[in-house]
Design a protein. Sequence first.
Length: 125
Amino acid sequence: MARTPPRIKRIYEPAGPDDGFRVLVDRLWPRGISKEEAALGFWLKEIAPSTELRTWWNHDPARLGEFTARYRAELDQNPAVAELTAVLDAHPVVTLLYGARDPVLNQAAVLRDYVAGLPPEPSVS
């Protein structure tokens, strides 16, 4: 049976009944969010981009293509991918939560496509 691709949602949006199992995929805890508000099932900070990669990218749209390639290379070597895969297999609906402001330019979108087996999106310029 094919796994349903995870959803993505900004953690600053209220938790909803359609979110299913909520997984925070940021390395740092989001400012101003309590653990109760987060309503997390799991915080998988190890799956986030490395600090070096995140700092280099700085959510610059011109660097999205290179960021995506580098992050996917990190994911290819990251044991946390197996943890996320187990979560996806165990829950019918999984929402990956991120703190970035942009709903398109964020690591959760790259991660969603990666675990769904989708090719990288063309870079945004």
